[in-house]
Design a protein around this ligand. Structure first.
Ligand code: COI
Length: 355
């Protein structure tokens, strides 16, 4: 299906930020994509309009019961001036799984990708050229019906906003420390941990504050029942290289199924490096740090890309990994993923899509 998209161009374009100082999620482009849903018309009125504040009834259900989901993907500028998206079909599929979980209307995969291509094409000048920088794409849906009964909303807004970004972490590419959280939990099986919903992130803020006080950029979440098994990190999935073998927590219903996670597993398989998805006890990981068999640890995510973990803060002390340096495999994966994304390496797995 090709949807018709009304385009209203902004009369006043913003100056572009310095590509060396982008940080993450601080600048927004000149336009946004919007589309409405109601039970009579379904999804309708697709439009690209000047980026501006949105207005909602104070009773809009998103404000009260948090019916909100989002995605994160990126557009990259190649050396020959093309713009590439990285596996947008995977984001579309996960978006719909999140919709299903939160009783929200799905958007078919083709329409989702078409909306993203359309807004990125309008904002092509905003896609950074600097290596490591990209245009972060944030699609989201919120419940807009003014009503206070606890039930799914009958109306929604789908929006896509864009933000030129550099590194997610203030540390740049330097390894980050993460704090093992043994008190608060992020999710439980049967909950919403595997949906990309706003609520999963607000629930983590308190632990993130505590982590920051311990000089950690992020929280390492343990399972919500036994508080024994590793789930994921605040904004990324996590991998460990122990005795030459790579291991990552198996998806268990409360862990987010990351697109970068999937891509890393596939690359490792292609390279013939043993990789397993399994239940991982935090005590086993800490023991492997202690006896020196834990060679590297890294996180994966759209925003975080591949981020080396330099230390695990647990039981009041920091357990340093790989002398706090970026490991060889971590670097190789970073180069491979960012190389494919920016069209510098051959995309033999067909992951990139021209915009
Ligand atoms: C992403 O990696 O795209 C995320 O959504 C993580 C975070 C910035 C919320």
């Amino acid at each position: 299906m090709t949807m018709s998209i009304r385009i209203e161009k902004s009369g006043a374009l913003k100056p572009k930020p310095d590509e060396d100082k982008l940080g993450f999620g601080s600048y927004f482009t000149d336009h946004m994509f919007l589309m409405n849903y109601d039970t009579d018309k379904g999804w309708h009125d697709a439009r690209i309009v000047p980026y501006a504040p949105l207005q909602f009834d104070p009773a809009a259900m998103v404000f009260h019961y948090g019916q909100a989901i989002f995605e994160g993907l990126k557009a990259f500028r190649t050396n020959d001036g093309r713009i590439l998206l990285f596996r947008p079909d995977k984001n579309a599929q996960r978006f719909n799984r999140s919709c299903e979980r939160l009783c929200m209307p799905e958007i078919d995969e083709e329409t989702f990708v078409e909306a993203i291509r359309a807004i990125v094409r309008v904002e092509a000048d905003w896609v950074p050229a600097k290596a490591g920088a990209s245009l972060y794409i944030r699609p989201f849906i919120i419940a807009t019906e003014p009503a206070l009964g606890v039930r799914p909303s009958k109306s929604y807004l789908f929006a896509v906003i864009l933000s030129p970004v550099g590194n997610y972490y203030g540390e740049g590419l330097k390894p980050v420390n993460i704090r093992v959280e043994s008190d608060f939990v992020r999710a439980v099986r049967g909950g919403i941990g595997n949906a990309k919903t706003a609520a999963n992130y607000v629930g983590g803020l308190k632990a993130q504050e505590i982590a920051a006080a311990d000089n950690c950029a992020q929280v390492l979440w343990l399972d919500g029942v036994e508080r024994k098994y590793i789930e994921e990190v605040g904004s990324m999935n996590v991998f460990f290289k122990i005795n030459g073998k790579v291991i990552t927590p198996a998806l268990n219903g409360s862990i987010l199924d990351g697109v970068t996670r999937q891509s890393v597993i596939r690359l490792l398989e292609e390279w013939g490096i043993p990789v397993v998805e399994a239940k991982i006890a935090i005590d086993d990981v800490l023991a492997a740090v202690k006896d020196g068999t834990l060679e590297e640890a890294f996180g994966t995510g759209t925003a975080a890309v591949i981020s080396a973990v330099g230390g695990l803060h647990a039981n009041g002390s920091m357990h340093v990994i790989n002398r706090g340096e970026i490991g060889e495999l971590t670097s190789r994966l970073y180069d491979a993923i960012t190389g494919i994304q920016a069209g510098k390496l051959e995309d033999s797995l067909g992951w990139t899509v021209d915009c």
